[in-house]
Design a binder for this molecule. Structure first.
Ligand code: ATP
Ligand code: MG
Ligand code: MG
Length: 350
């Protein structure tokens, strides 16, 4: 069988490695940190920085195709790898999604609705942007933010100086606050031959900026559900994308607004492990290995709940529920806000 190279060895890399193993494929994980969660299941692990060109070349030589579980891989590292092996999805999706400004410009360029946004590099630019967009608004760092980190809500124009100070000099993006009814996400996949398949939209609830639950089915009319899936397909086709992508959406009275995209398997797609024959991890491995996509249709209703920090200490309670799929990521230290595992409870499709 072929070997898949995975950049990043967190829980997503771990679940990708498990899916690959089921298909008789091997995984070689590359991560700057020693003992990553994926290391328990991968065939090989390289511990080296993304600036270590020699380690990157040896890694590429040992695999047939490279993918990633993390979108903040330095583009220079991807360029080194791309010269030696196919990288799927490619550098284009990665580059676009590493900066919230280029991502919003790309989405708006496709004619999709986004929150109103302005790039802000100075306090004066922030004040001018607030005057145009109004409050409430959210100031976000353009790069490296996740789980709501690097974001400040601005309720009134007077809060501009303290919000700007919170950016600590990093380039920012001001977004108008979208008064959404609910949040949903679409996990979409595109194969090498251009075929696209989407999982049913899931409804997401966040707590302290971190995904808390994903529920299937989402409370979304049939028309909106179709809109969501078509919109995701347009994004993947525009990027000539290969692999799985997570598309986060706000549902508003006037239609769907794209929040952000993630060029990788996504936390809000973990429910597919229990509720679909081919889950998002198997689907991603199929796509990057050049295999045909599987059927992503859903046979069950599902609620996925993340186990954050100490919550994973309750694992015995979940293990005692026969209808709950329990996933623990093998992380030694349960720091606050850290994703330690998740559970998915399924029930017959209504
Ligand atoms: P992730 O871990 O999903 O990558 P992130 O740090 O990139 O998170 P966002 O997805 O941009 O953060 O925002 C986190 C949450 O904050 C959103 O899911 C939504 O609940 C809320 N939020 C973000 N931007 C807006 C907005 N413009 N209007 C209303 N709510 C927003
Ligand atoms: Mg994000
Ligand atoms: Mg998000």
């Amino acid at each position: 069988g072929a070997t898949i190279g995975i950049l990043g060895g967190g829980q997503l890399g771990r679940m990708l490695s498990i899916a690959a193993a089921r298909l008789g494929l091997r995984c070689h994980v590359y991560d700057p940190l020693a003992n990553p969660p994926a290391g328990d299941v991968a065939h090989a692990v390289t511990t080296a920085g993304y600036d270590d060109t020699e380690a990157l070349r040896l890694f590429a030589d040992s695999v047939d195709v490279v993918t990633f579980e993390f979108e903040n891989i330095p583009l220079e590292a991807v360029a080194v790898l791309e010269a030696l092996r196919p990288v799927r999805p490619g550098a284009r999706a990665l580059e676009m999604s590493q900066d919230r400004l280029t991502e919003k410009d790309f989405l708006a360029g496709l004619g999709l609705a986004t929150a109103p946004y302005r790039a802000v590099d100075t306090l004066e630019e922030l004040e001018a942007a607030l005057a145009e967009i109004g409050t409430p608004a959210i100031l976000k760092t353009r790069r490296m933010g996740y789980d709501g980190k690097g974001q400040v809500r601005i309720m009134a124009p007077e809060e501009a100086p303290q919000a700007f100070a919170a950016l600590a000099g990093a380039p920012g993006l001001l977004e108008g606050f979208v008064a959404f009814e609910r949040e949903v996400s679409v996990i979409a996949a595109r194969a090498l031959d251009g075929s696209v398949t989407c999982y049913d939209p899931g409804e997401n609830v966040h707590r302290d900026g971190i995904l808390h639950t994903t529920t299937l089915p989402a409370s979304l009319g049939r028309g909106r559900g179709t809109d969501a899936v078509l919109l995701a397909g347009r994004i993947l086709n525009a990027l000539d994308y290969v692999g799985v992508m997570g598309v986060e959406l706000f549902v508003t009275a006037s239609g769907l607004v794209v929040n952000e995209i993630a060029p990788r398997v996504h936390n809000s797609g973990h429910w597919t492990i229990e509720a679909c024959v081919i889950d998002q991890f198997a689907q991603h491995i199929r796509a990057v290995a050049g295999w045909p996509l599987g059927d992503g249709s859903r046979h069950s209703d599902a609620v996925m709940t993340n186990l954050i920090g100490d919550e994973a200490g309750d694992w015995a309670r979940y293990a005692a529920d026969p209808a709950t799929g329990l996933h623990l990521y093998g992380k030694a230290e349960a720091r606050p806000g850290r994703k330690m595992g998740h559970v998915t409870r399924i029930s017959p499709r209504r």
